[in-house]
Design a protein. Sequence first.
Length: 65
Amino acid sequence: MRLHIDSDRCSGNGRCYALYPEMFTDDENGYGQTVNDGAIDADQLDEAQRATLCCPEQAITIEDN
């Protein structure tokens, strides 16, 4: 599974990387980026689902590989 950030929807509020720094970081403009190409393990799924809910723009999704 993989986390994905829709760059068209992301407004750069930073909740993803502030709350889940093990899954997200910011780029040079303050927009969220996934760590490790968004790859997540099964044991990270609950946390990844919470991360999708923290985004006010709903820019974060979980995709199958």
